[in-house]
Design a protein around this ligand. Structure first.
Ligand SMILES: [Zn+2]
Length: 69
């Protein structure tokens, strides 16, 4: 994952809960900000959202967890 190798993975907390990978139970993630494509946002009926999302990529298995806003 060359895109992510500059930063060290870190533990993530969401609404007071430590984020745990549902695939491998890993607790270290890389974080990325992503702009949602407008057509994708419309497809998911997310026009009310600010069209930006945060994704956390598991450092072990690269499973991606997405969070809006
Ligand atoms: Zn994982």
């Amino acid at each position: 994952m060359g895109l992510f190798e500059k930063k060290k993975p870190q533990t993530i907390e969401v609404s007071g809960h430590a984020l745990v990978c549902p695939v491998c139970s890993g607790i270290y993630f890389w974080s990325r900000e992503a702009q949602l494509n407008t057509s994708v946002a419309s497809f998911f009926n997310l026009d009310w959202a600010n069209k930006s999302a945060t994704c956390f990529v598991c450092s072990e298995c690269t499973h991606i967890s997405w969070f809006l806003g």
